[in-house]
Design a protein around this ligand. Structure first.
Ligand code: FBP
Length: 559
């Protein structure tokens, strides 16, 4: 294989583990905490939906094991585990598999790890690949999910659940480990309950993945991949800022991935100090219209033009469109209509016929808004939902919509004599280029630890848990490994026109330190060219450069 010098050097990297996981598996203890319950409003419905998994306790690994600790009942026996990579790739997935594999082998060299190919569909369809030490050696500390592939199949129908169970039983698995985001881990919780209802001892353990950073709560400080992806986007945004200050002729509108949540946009803003960074959650809270957002951008463009600076950078979160109240109402009506009239709608020939059909069924306000949007955006809003019922926001070109609206508004202002600058723009979408980057040292360590923890949870005979590693803003020798019951993170949401139990998505908190830090600084950034250029991610060198966690994590963990 012709591999790059960096890939070769990364093979030699030895990820750090939390102290409890270092040393022989036999010395590992498990401390059981209080039962972890979901939000009060959803307790009775979730108890009814998950009678066997509801009310489990948080657990934490300790070393040495203390009297009263639950033992690693299955720690020394040979285990057979299956692993799934689910949803969008996130840097570090290969290291989760490496940590899981090494844990299994440390417990008993006869243990085996099977990969399900192409995501959850691999479990349903029994498509597997044996993960050997030789295979894994080619993927350690590398980005991507290509060792076994990923997919977005939602295990939903009774037939799919039965097929998943038949596969796991047929392979005589002790556990299935699902590496995924909120939707995939919701699936993991449902599978765990289903297996338990079958009186099977096959465990299901989840691992918190997603570059979006929205799978977090009081127990999960960060999802893996967020650190690497934001470092990569921040490098690129910093470079764009410097280019804009060098050429002095463009405003750059940069859409950043992240689906609904603006964690990525906020983190990149904290690292790069752009002129404008839109935060969807604030836009929703302030009930800002598209017109308000355009005016906010125009204010910065205009103030900078007065100072002779006809350039700048605007960060646009991927999911923005869903948070503008009038657009949110439109999307939710579209979701209901598309679910209700699925067959009729799909039978129509061509996108124009589909637009006309749907627009004829919308309520009058929403119909007016839909008709006012550019044709391309109308079509993008109608594209298929993903298997979990989400609008595919990565395909809606919000950055282009906003740039065009800003240009039109500036032309009006210029006509009225209220704007005298020059405005030209470029648009960018940063997303896919960050999902398979070589994991940062942080993600390489975190992912390896999450995988090793998943093994330890299986070895303790637990099921329905999400692998957790805490105290992440501190060096790895202070990290704490444990597990959190999946059901405790769930609530009930409207999906595909129905109420469904799902793991709660964590959006940006407007009272949280990361947002408040940004909000206190942004007025100065809007007017100045005091950009911050973070430069490329470093893998070798001084720990303060190579191991620095995200600003979000640092701010959230500082009391
Ligand atoms: P996950 O939630 O599966 O981690 O996906 C993250 C993500 O990268 C989002 O930021 C983005 O909206 C979406 O995947 C794009 O999905 P796809 O890969 O199907 O185009």
């Amino acid at each position: 294989m012709d591999i790059s010098p960096l890939q070769k050097a990364r093979y030699a990297y030895s990820p750090k583990l939390p102290p409890a996981l270092r040393g022989p598996v036999s010395g590992l203890g498990l401390e059981t905490g209080a039962p972890a319950l979901p939000e009060a409003a959803f307790q009775s419905s979730l108890k009814a939906l998950f009678p066997l998994s509801y009310g489990q306790a948080r657990v934490k690994f300790t070393r040495p094991a203390k009297a009263g600790d639950r033992s690693l009942a299955k720690g020394a026996s040979a285990l057979k585990v299956g692993v799934i990579l689910s949803g969008g790739p996130a840097p570090g997935g290969h290291n989760v598999i490496a940590g899981l594999f090494d844990g299994l082998k440390a417990g008993n060299p006869a243990s085996t790890l099977t990969g399900f190919k192409g995501g959850p569909g691999g479990l349903v369809d029994n498509k597997t690949i044996e993960i050997t030490a030789e295979l894994l050696a080619r993927y350690r500390n590398t980005g991507g999910f290509d060792i076994i592939g990923s997919g977005r199949t939602k295990i939903e129908t009774p037939e799919q659940f039965e097929a998943a169970f038949a596969t796991a039983q047929g392979l005589k698995l002790d556990a299935v480990v699902v590496i995924g985001g909120d939707d995939s881990n919701t699936n993991a919780a449902l599978l765990a309950e289903f297996f338990a209802a079958k009186k099977s001892s096959i465990a299901v353990i989840g691992v918190p993945k997603t570059i979006d950073g929205d799978l977090k709560n009081e127990d999960i400080e960060a999802s893996f991949g967020f650190d690497t992806a934001t470092k990569l986007y921040a490098e690129l945004v910093g470079n764009i800022e410097r280019d804009s200050a060098s050429g002095r002729k463009y405003w750059h509108f940069v859409k950043l991935m992240g689906r609904s949540a603006s964690h990525i946009g906020l983190e990149v803003a904290l690292q790069t100090r752009p002129n404008v960074a839109l935060i969807s959650e604030e836009i929703e809270a302030k009930k800002s219209s598209l017109g308000d957002i355009v005016n906010e951008i125009c204010a910065s463009v205009s103030a900078r033009a007065d100072a002779g600076e006809n350039f700048g950078v605007v960060l646009v979160p991927e999911g923005l469109i869903e948070f503008v109240p009038e657009m949110k109402a439109l999307i939710s009506e579209l979701n209901e209509l598309l679910a209700r009239h699925d067959a009729e709608y799909k039978a129509l020939q061509g996108v124009e016929a589909q637009k006309a059909f749907i627009s004829g069924k919308l309520k009058s306000t929403e119909a007016g808004l839909f008709k006012s949007l550019p044709g391309e955006i109308q079509a993008q809003l109608l594209w298929d939902r993903d298997p979990h019922g989400n609008v595919q926001v990565s395909r809606i070109e919000t950055e282009k919509l906003l740039a065009a609206m800003v240009k039109a508004r500036l032309a009006e202002l210029a006509k009225a004599g209220a704007y005298k600058g020059k405005f030209d723009f470029q648009t960018h979408f940063l997303g896919y280029e960050g999902r398979c980057a070589f994991p940062s040292n942080f993600d390489a360590d975190y992912c390896y630890s999450l995988g090793y923890t998943a093994f330890a949870l299986v070895a303790c005979g637990l099921s329905g848990y999400l692998s957790s590693v805490k105290n992440l803003a501190a060096p790895a020798d202070q990290w704490i490994a444990g597990g959190v019951p999946l059901v405790s993170m769930m609530n009930i949401e409207r999906r595909h026109g129905q109420d469904k139990p799902v793991i709660r998505k964590a959006l940006v908190e407007l009272e949280g330190r990361p947002f408040k830090t940004f909000a206190a600084a942004r007025a100065a950034w809007a007017a100045s060219s005091d950009f911050r250029v973070p430069g490329p991610m470093q893998y070798f060198g001084a720990p303060e450069v190579t191991d620095r966690p995200t600003e979000t994590l640092i701010l959230e963990s500082s009391k």
